[in-house]
Design a protein around this ligand. Structure first.
Ligand code: FAD
Ligand code: FES
Length: 509
């Protein structure tokens, strides 16, 4: 996924370019010495920032300028053109910035600018923040609390055995063996010490006392808080058939789950994936990369049809078949023994490895027991605060009032969880910021990335621009006049434009 390091292309911006080469709202990729630099123009203002996204190396010049930010074409991270700050996940590291000078109709990029000290004052109010969950939302909240100058005590409690990591990669390049270990941690271990974030791994929170303002841990200890974020995510639905509890039957949620599958893949020759979900199909793709025979068993007629529609469903099936995946659709597994999976239709599929990807359930038990309002998730307001003031929820567990559809949504996307963590953090510090991002996710099937914005559970029709089969399309999911969601393949900037247009339309005042 990461862009290859090569010599920066484009003009030498230190030697200057004609102002007219950069249109208003446009960008020009060039270089200063060995650094790839992006020159961006907004009216009469010009900005120069690093050209390669700090997330996974996306080419920012192929993205979009919105206001004074640039949006990455690959996974939609947003950077301030003024300061280089990564203002919206999935990137966290800032981009370098350079000073720009205009002279005689030419633009010159001069020296690198040291990042300006934050105008925000360090604040110890609230004094103690506790975050339950060391995943997307929990990590993003902790990082943002410190970035915003929070100087009080900050504890992140996680039942996982690994510090926050890139969960989506657990079913993609990492599982396929194409991502080095150092891509996985969201931050190196020293980050937490440097930022005074106390991280307690393998630590299960068992109770929240909303009156005494403390959480209880499985070992009996309790921890007081002034502000609390619940970000407990989701857990895989287990298969309830004979043999599903054997060691060669895996689910995939955590890095250790991914490592367990990788270990098994060293010797397995044949795998059965149960469930044609995004995760199930990504696992199928990763195992094919490892040259393992893969059969996918699922009850639906087409993979991903409920989420992406018939046309995408056929396309996704076809690309997996091109790579040798065998589908058993409109089928269910009835039993698993040590060497095979039995199907309802009578077939028996040999398998030394079985991966179950049949969906997830939000982990809302803590919130329920604490008496927080739930609604098929933890109910939160526009500011991601639960029914108990000072207790926030974010990520896969949170059901929030979406400003774009007017519906209460709970969504299981990485970027949504991270951005909710960021918004919750700012609100814990009293900023009163509404969560107003349009949902976004991406999924990777071999060399085909699918980017999806918005949310469509039911739609009237699809408006297809381009050609799905040709891997060049932008598909709008419409209900009446309204575009509910957009999915695209290799039309990144159009996808970003649709997202920006959706974000301009809010059903709230
Ligand atoms: C393999 C895989 C691939 C994915 N790929 C994509 C993708 O390509 N694109 C996309 O948009 N989304 C993807 N997702 C979904 C995405 O990862 C989730 O939406 C996101 O991680 C949700 O973030 P979260 O913070 O709510 O929960 P999580 O990231 O799941 O984190 C929850 C954390 O809470 C901890 N926890 C739970 N209960 C307790 C407790 N009682 N006490 C202490 N700690 C607790 C857990 O250990 C964990 O650390 C993928 C998910 C998986 C599993
Ligand atoms: S590479 Fe830019 S957001 Fe992922």
């Amino acid at each position: 996924m990461a862009a290859e390091q090569s010599k920066p292309k484009g003009p030498d911006l230190a030697r200057g370019v004609p102002l007219d080469d950069v249109a208003d709202g446009g960008m020009l990729a060039g270089h200063v010495g060995d650094d790839a630099v992006l020159l961006a123009r907004r009216g009469n203002e010009l900005f120069a920032i690093g050209a390669t996204c700090s997330h996974y190396g996306g080419p920012l010049a192929e993205g979009l300028i919105v206001g004074d930010t640039v949006h990455c074409p690959w996974h939609h991270a947003r950077f301030s053109l003024r300061t280089g700050e990564a203002v919206a996940a999935p990137a966290f590291n800032p981009m370098a910035c350079w000073r720009v000078e205009q002279r005689n109709g030419r633009v010159f990029v001069r020296e690198k600018i040291e990042p300006a000290a934050k105008a925000r004052r360090a604040s110890a109010r609230p004094e103690r923040v506790v975050i339950v969950g060391g995943g997307a939302a929990g990590f993003a909240a902790a990082e943002m609390l410190r970035r915003e100058g929070f100087a009080g005590s900050l504890t992140l409690l996680s039942s996982d055995d690994a510090a926050p990591y890139d969960r989506p990669n657990c079913s993609k390049d990492y599982l396929a063996g194409n991502a080095p270990e150092d891509w996985m941690p969201l931050r190196p271990p020293e980050f937490y010490d440097e930022q005074s974030i106390e991280v307690a791994l393998r630590t299960e929170v068992t109770g929240v006392d909303t009156k005494a303002r403390q959480v209880t841990l499985a070992d009996g200890r309790s921890l007081p808080f002034d502000k609390l974020l619940l970000a407990t995510g989701a857990e895989p639905v287990r298969l309830d058939i004979p043999g599903a509890d054997q060691p060669h039957v895996h689910v995939l949620r955590s890095l250790s789950d991914s490592r367990a599958i990788i270990a098994k893949a060293q010797t397995a020759r044949r795998a059965v994936v149960i469930g044609a979900s995004f995760i199930g199909l990504e696992v199928a793709a990763a195992l094919r990369t490892r040259d393992i025979e893969v059969h996918v068993v699922a009850p639906e007629h087409r993979p991903l049809e409920r989420i992406l529609g018939r046309e995408f469903g056929d396309f996704i099936r076809a690309i997996h078949e091109e790579h040798g995946v065998v589908f058993h659709l409109e089928e269910t597994a009835t039993a698993i023994d040590g060497k095979s999976v039995k199907l309802k239709g009578g077939a028996t599929l040999p398998a030394e490895l079985v991966v179950v990807g049949i969906g997830v359930r939000p982990r809302i038990q803590l919130a329920e027991r604490a008496g927080l309002k739930t609604d098929r998730g933890v109910a939160v307001n526009d500011y991601l605060e639960t029914s108990v003031p000072g207790i926030f929820a974010a990520g896969d567990i949170a059901r929030w009032p979406d400003a774009h559809t007017g519906e209460n949504l709970r969504i299981e996307h990485w970027v949504v969880a991270e951005r909710q963590g960021q918004t919750a953090a700012r609100n814990m510090l009293g900023q009163r910021q509404r969560f107003s991002h349009v949902p976004f996710f991406w999924s990777q099937h071999y060399d085909v990335p699918i980017n999806y914005i918005g949310h469509a559970e039911k739609w009237d029709y699809l408006d297809i621009k381009g050609d799905i089969q040709a891997r060049d399309c932008l598909v709008r999911y419409r209900r009446g006049d309204k575009v509910l969601a957009v999915a695209s393949i290799f039309r990144d900037v159009e996808n970003l434009k649709e997202e920006a247009a959706m974000e301009r339309v809010s059903v709230r005042a």
